[in-house]
Design a protein around this ligand. Sequence first.
Ligand code: EPU
Length: 431
Amino acid sequence: MRRPVSSYPDIMDKIVIEGGHELHGEIRISGAKNAALPIIAATLLTPGWHTLYNVPDLRDIRTILSLMATLGVVWEKNGPDTLRINTADLSGCEASYDLVKTMRASVLVLGPLLVRMGRARVSLPGGCAIGARPINFHTQGLKKLGAEVVLEQGYVEAVISNRLPGGTVYFDFPSVTGTENLLMAAVLAKGTTVLKNVAREPEIGNLIDMLISMGAEIEGRDTDKLIIYGVESLNPAEITIIPDRIETGTYLIAVGAVGGEVKLTHCDPALLPALTEKLRLAGLDLTEMADCFLVRGNGSPLSVDIKTMVYPGFPTDLQAQMMALMTFADGTSFINETIFENRFMHVAELRRLGADIKVDGASAIVRGSGGLTGAKVMATDLRASASLVIAGLAAHGVTEVSRVYHLDRGYENLVKKLTGVGAVIQRKEDN
Ligand code: EPU
């Protein structure tokens, strides 16, 4: 087995940022983490070599590949971002607590393993920094499709004796990975499955494209109702991972906070309808082209209100970054988080930099304070870390963001990309 990537930087590193340097130049956007993860899981559905292009080199991708290795999967890297995955000989059907606790998306192997192996045993993820995040929609949905599902000793155990019959599932909330798991289980069902009130995030469209190239029959891409006509077998396939809209949004917001002019290349502006609207209202000058963005900002954004919603609404994965931007606004911004119940962990850290933010339940009021001052802060989750980096880039003085391993989960070469556009930012060992 060849591993696709070189050894990974120390998890205890910190990022040190000297604030106040405008950003000028070009940043190349990587493939989307949240599209690559389910697509890697989907390769379990059928034996053979699958080829994935534009795969980002991230800690979460390594984690899912480690999980795939425990199942008997072999892979190799073919060029900088092409991953070839061989799922010919599966030897296991379990995702252990140790792997699932480091990355909740490991639960994505549940559906494909079940229908390929007839059995899957996946650890329950437990709570996380942004909310309780249960997986009841995944388990109840699999039951509706005809699987036997029990919870034993912290593990979800799902079994089928024959092909899944298929069925109709209504999601109480349009869960992203819930939709993906049921889609992957349904493609090999004996009958037809209807999934109602599903999530419509672009990453699900990317997964559907992969499944269709594998031979699946799916109707309703980009709508809230998917009809899946089960097929008897699938074939290995290849797919290009879509650009990471959250990475794209993070850099757009960074330019808004610190000022400058940056071209983001290899991205898809059409995937960020709510953010672009809000950033224009905040005074940023955005030019959208087929696969790039040109963004100009002056570091003095106008205040805007945001409410996180499922796609195409404002993404929860950009709420923390937007809050950092609003701390530099001249005015008051009202931020409402509706997807996760505990996604304001960055507030306490932004306050350490001098931000004036009041939280009341799922809402935060940000009073732009005319600037932040650098300090030592701690990252609590992936997107919270990105918000601290944005705040540090625009703050006066030096900001140190510790626990960089959160950033490594979802931002490829963040320090290199920001240095390339003039930021004064370094990764250092944290003692
Ligand atoms: N929910 C349930 N039961 C379930 C599943 C979800 O109650 O069985 C609830 C959750 O607790 C949450 C809401 O439904 O309140 C939405 O959760 P969803 O299932 O959509 O989230 P997810 O699939 O676990 C994905 C992304 C997250 C992103 C969310 C929302 C991946 C691998 N992860 O998570 O990405 O925030 O959708 O868009 O696709 C990130 O990249 O930083 C990240 C957290």
